[in-house]
Design a protein around this ligand. Sequence first.
Ligand SMILES: Cc1ncc(COP(=O)(O)O)c(C=O)c1O
Length: 390
Amino acid sequence: MAYEKMKKRVYLDYNATTPIDPRVLETSQHLLKVDFGNPSSLHREGQRARSAVNQARAELARLIDCEENELVFTSGATEAINAVILGTYYQSDAIRGHVVTTQVEHPAVLECCRFLESRGWQMTYLAVDSHGTMDPGDLKKAIRPDTRLVSVMHANNEIGTIEPVEEVGAIALEAGVPFLTDAVQSLGRLPVKLASWNASFAVFSAHKMGAFKGTGLLYIRRDQNLPPFILGGEQERGQRAGTENVAGIVAMTEAVRLSLECQTEEMVRVQKLKCRLQEGLQSNLDSIRVSGHPEHCLANTLHVAFQDLEAEELLMNFDLAGIAVSNGSACNSGSVQPSHVVEAIGLAERFKRGTVRFSLGRETTAEEIESVIQKTIDIVRRLRPGGASC
Ligand SMILES: Cc1ncc(COP(=O)(O)O)c(C=O)c1O
């Protein structure tokens, strides 16, 4: 039985991380207990581990439709994003360069961009509309002769909005600029189409799909180059040195396989639960706003702002009521400041401090959603001025 069920808690923070799928755990246990060798060792234990890594790479290439040598295993998406953005900077001969990204990217992208700015590069942070969608026309205007990279995420982790990456990729291709997309929230939830997006680079993370934290994947299209980003060995064709996280890699591969296997049905199921949650809150509570695109949005993500309430008190009350939710990206939790995404979509002043992200997943049930609706109504009525008696 999974952790949160044992504890009788409702876990609705799947965009922050997911519980480990028991089947994934089962698959990887052999690598931890029996075939635990170092893939670089020549003995049988090592060669079995090497073979597990090779098989995982072949399987992942098949699952996301690319070539094996286009994949690099990393410690997660943050590392992969750093490798692309900082690598673009380090391998450029130019003292000055330019990167185009959006205002709603994950902090891993934004902070790498700020680092480049501190080194004299220029950035364009494209604005988004009130749904969180960027305008490909703005990208077209922003690209300059010295633009070295375009970085636009596929699905936003806070509000769920899906960006028009196919148009972005076409514009970048026409301009001859490499295109990085952060597809962390997409794999297993949305079709990932690296070729039709014209993605030069893409990043993925295992722990958003029922596998372990500390494992990620970087796709580098065969016509692209990046300098090695971790030095000290020949692993990952010298691109990323360090003994491979064999169990993590195999677990991630199994998690991707399992997620893709049931993606369509699962997203239909989760979308229904999300719609019920939205409807249950909107029909019982005044003065709430739902953000994220009404159609082009992750099926599992519902971002709600409660007027005149503070995220911190909301999250604390949810936690006490046995519900794990977040107010945005995990990295922002604990902070009472409205997130950069909430600022970028221009949420009204009275709403932007009281945001809650409900992100659903494989273990979410209809009963849980009914209980979350009821508890949310109770919490909000209690916290609102004059609401103690409600
Ligand atoms: C959209 C997005 N990009 C990047 C990351 C970073 O991934 P990782 O935890 O694998 O470093 C996350 C994780 O929250 C994310 O949601």
